[in-house]
Design a protein around this ligand. Structure first.
Ligand SMILES: Cc1cc2nc3c(=O)[nH]c(=O)nc-3n(C[C@H](O)[C@H](O)[C@H](O)COP(=O)(O)O)c2cc1C
Length: 367
């Protein structure tokens, strides 16, 4: 393979920096260099990969997971890297600094990450202004844009609904789909909101607002998805799936980071850092949850995330019934060419196996 400065030089340099500093530089680099990155040819434009979900056209099934660009600072850059959709956030109603640093840890031996960022973000109003500015350049919706919303730390758990509603109110015009994040382990009490009655209240309020906004603007209601934790029991997951059906929400994102540390080989001083673990060790549970959702709610669109890094991983998730996938940790360890490699690998395998389109692949292992 030809010498590739992007992977061979930029990445080792990044790994010598403090992880959060490296992440900040990566996002700033993506924000500044989108036109240069676009010239690298990382966007795989093959009709085999395209599909429509919720009436939106996804040019390929690989999205950027929430939390990489909490600010919506580098949207044209993610497009240039070849993502088929982008999710910004988590955004909270109030701006907040997040937890004290250090709060982001690499576990290279396990190709994993532990984070306890705590929703450091600009808040709904400033984020909406930034997205509006991107919109004016015509770059906001080149691929579908998801906006992931969560509860502000200062808002008591019992007032969570109002916090989510305030965020949706501000961000609605810019979202192609909306994600209700009730699964981050780093905001005290947040994951209790996965419990049915609390989640029902939030989803009903958001659905009402969504309909109202759609009526007033004569635009389509935004698909509303719920993102769940891998640490839910099967019974808790079933309850969330049934609730989604009852309130007619539009999909699930499975799954967020885990509190489990089972199977890690890294140094115990790293493993014991508090926060959510992401990367390959999430893969088995994420797949198990995906299968459960697909069996219980056939037809409900699921975005599968957790431990995905190769085209074969994506293939397996789609074959198991996911409509779309997202990656986060693989981007850190695999570098900026990861998305292109996955999409090229998918096209190659589809041609080899005579699969005529992504829709044919989706759910093929369940039939
Ligand atoms: C540093 C970091 C920050 C994250 N922040 C968020 C977030 O703000 N909101 C969210 O819904 N998920 C967040 N996630 C979870 C990811 O979106 C994803 O669900 C998880 O990392 C599993 O995917 P992966 O194994 O490909 O990393 C974060 C993950 C990491 C590593």
């Amino acid at each position: 393979m030809a010498f590739d400065p992007l992977t061979r030089l930029a990445q080792p340099l990044m790994f010598r920096l403090d992880p959060e500093r490296a992440h900040t530089l990566a996002v700033q680099g993506m924000a500044r260099s989108a036109p240069a990155i676009a010239r690298l040819g990382l966007r795989v434009r093959d009709p085999l990969l395209a599909q429509r979900v919720w009436g939106l056209r996804f040019p390929n099934p690989v999205g950027l997971g929430a939390g990489y660009d909490k600010w919506g600072a580098a949207i044209p850059g993610w497009h240039a890297l070849g993502f088929g959709f982008v999710e910004v956030g988590t955004v909270t109603a109030h701006p907040q600094d997040g937890n004290p640093k250090p709060r982001l840890f690499r576990l290279p031996e396990d190709r994993s990450i532990i984070n306890r960022m705590g929703f450091n973000n600009d808040g709904a109003a400033r984020t909406a202004d930034r997205l509006a500015a991107v919109d004016r350049t015509g770059q906001l919706h080149r691929v579908p844009l998801g906006i992931n919303i969560g509860k502000s730390k200062i808002t008591p758990v019992e007032d969570a609904t109002g916090d989510y509603v305030a965020s949706l109110d501000r961000l609605w015009p810019y979202a192609d789909y909306v994600v209700v994040n009730v699964s981050s382990p780093n905001t005290p009490g947040l994951r209790e909101l996965q419990e049915s009655s609390a989640l029902a209240g939030i989803l009903e309020a958001l659905t009402d607002l969504n309909r109202m906004k759609a009526d007033i603007t004569r635009r389509r209601p935004r698909p509303i998805l719920v993102k769940v934790a891998p640490d839910l029991s099967d019974e808790q997951l079933d309850a969330v799936i049934d609730l989604i059906g009852a309130v007619r929400a539009d999909g699930l994102i499975v799954c967020n980071t885990t509190l489990s540390r089972t199977g890690l080989r890294s140094d115990p001083s790293l493993i014991t850092e508090q926060g959510g673990l992401s990367g390959p060790l999430l893969a088995a549970r994420s797949m198990e949850m995906l299968r459960r959702v697909v069996a219980r709610a056939p037809g409900l669109p699921v975005i599968s995330v957790g431990g995905i890094s190769t085209a074969d991983d994506v293939w397996d998730r789609l074959a198991a019934g996911a409509r779309l996938v997202q990656i986060w940790t693989a981007l850190v360890y695999g570098g900026p060419r990861t998305v292109a490699a996955i999409n090229r690998g998918l096209v190659d395998r589809m041609r080899r196996e005579g699969v005529d389109g992504i829709e044919e692949l989706i759910g093929s292992a369940t039939r």
